[in-house]
Design a protein around this ligand. Structure first.
Ligand SMILES: Nc1ncnc2c1ncn2[C@@H]1O[C@H](COP(=O)(O)OP(=O)(O)OP(=O)(O)O)[C@@H](O)[C@H]1O
Ligand SMILES: [Mg+2]
Length: 336
């Protein structure tokens, strides 16, 4: 049988697929558009994303993942099957799929990932915890008997783990990330500028102008939406300083979650992390100044890796090679 290995980062915001030798072969939003009248899926990925906030009411725009876990099994299967078919052309030869999962998810949630992948056309499924995948993807020597701390800040979840000797020593998953920042910006704009804006607008402002340290009044983003005063289309401008004020509570929550993991980590490992520093990955790690924000609060060096958005997918796709060096509990296989 032909053996094809593929790594899938099935995230709340996007699905990223990595294949050894080919690199990132797919990166698309985790969205499905379902026509309730015709009872069929009408768009998947980028095409469904374009319909977000703009589709007629009978088209349901579904995000099958919530806070890093599968919340809509059927749509998650449709999404994954569609993307695997896009990557391989057809699923004549069923691929062996490695998938990353948030740390500290329940057994039932893990089973949901396995069942979804098998139903979507995988021959075999390997699960790996997201921070461990991130460590592999960052090229960290995860086999060494030395503590490393990885914080993967995604859209709906922040995964924090201490890794040593090929396994996850301690981990926690905080159900917050980039989406909560978008919501915080939306709430701020409504309260301070009396303007309703959509999530896409809030996210665009965040990506263009967010900063958590030394924000500037001069850097701004334009917002278009609906005036809460007149009920008519309107626009406003938000400064970097205002975005910083809006998203700081979310960054504080992330920083507090990292702090709480230190409290339950053996002192020898925390000593190692003082030397190695904290590594940030994930899309929301790209918020300017989030590294120094956390560093100032915890007194530990914090570094954002290059290309943080793709590190988990790269590590997931290369974990087959590293399998012999990984501790079993962090690495689980199921197949048919
Ligand atoms: N340049 C950027 N600056 C700030 N935030 C960004 C940037 N690019 C992407 N993001 C944010 O990163 C988040 C997506 O990150 P990522 O793809 O790691 O999440 P995910 O893996 O889909 O979610 P999760 O891990 O929670 O399941 C979104 O909230 C997005 O707005
Ligand atoms: Mg992720």
């Amino acid at each position: 049988m032909v053996n094809i290995d593929v790594g899938v980062d099935l995230g709340t915001d996007s699905v990223i697929i990595y294949m050894e030798g080919k690199g990132i072969t797919l990166s698309q939003p985790s969205i499905v558009a379902y026509d309730e009248k015709k009872e069929k899926v009408v768009a998947v990925g980028s095409a469904a994303f374009d319909m977000l906030g703009k589709a007629p009411p009978y088209i349901k725009i579904v995000r099958p993942l919530e806070n890093g876990s599968i919340s809509d099994f059927k749509m998650a299967e449709v999404l994954l099957r569609s993307f695997l078919t896009k990557v391989f052309g057809n699923l004549f030869f069923k691929p062996s799929v490695a998938m990353c999962v948030p740390s500290s998810i329940t057994g039932i949630e893990r089973t949901a990932f396995i069942t979804t992948a098998l139903a979507a056309g995988a021959r075999k499924v390997t699960l790996i915890e997201a921070p461990l995948a991130a460590a592999i993807g960052c090229g960290i020597d995860f086999k060494a008997c030395k503590g490393n701390m990885i914080v993967d800040i995604g859209a709906g979840s922040t995964d924090i783990a201490v890794i040593s000797f090929g396994g996850v020593v301690n981990s926690r998953s905080e159900r917050t990330g980039g989406y909560d920042m978008d919501e915080a910006i939306k709430d701020y704009v409504l309260k301070e500028k009396k303007l309703y804006i959509g999530q896409k607008t809030a996210e665009a402002a965040k990506i263009k102008a967010a900063a958590l340290t030394n924000p500037s009044q001069k850097i701004t983003a334009e917002l278009k939406g609906l005036s809460a005063k007149t009920g008519l289309p309107a626009s406003a401008v938000i400064t970097q300083t205002e975005i910083c004020e809006a998203i700081t509570p979310i960054a504080e929550r992330i920083s507090a979650a990292v702090h709480s993991l230190f409290e339950v980590t053996p002192p020898d490992l925390t000593g190692d992390i003082l030397e190695t520093g904290i590594i940030l990955t994930g899309g929301a790690a790209q918020i300017r100044g989030i590294d120094s924000f956390i560093s100032v609060r915890l007194g530990v060096d914090v570094k954002v890796v290059e290309d943080p958005l793709h590190r988990v997918a790269v590590g997931t796709g290369t974990c087959f090679k590293a399998a012999d060096d990984l501790i079993d509990a962090s690495f689980e296989e199921a197949g048919i």
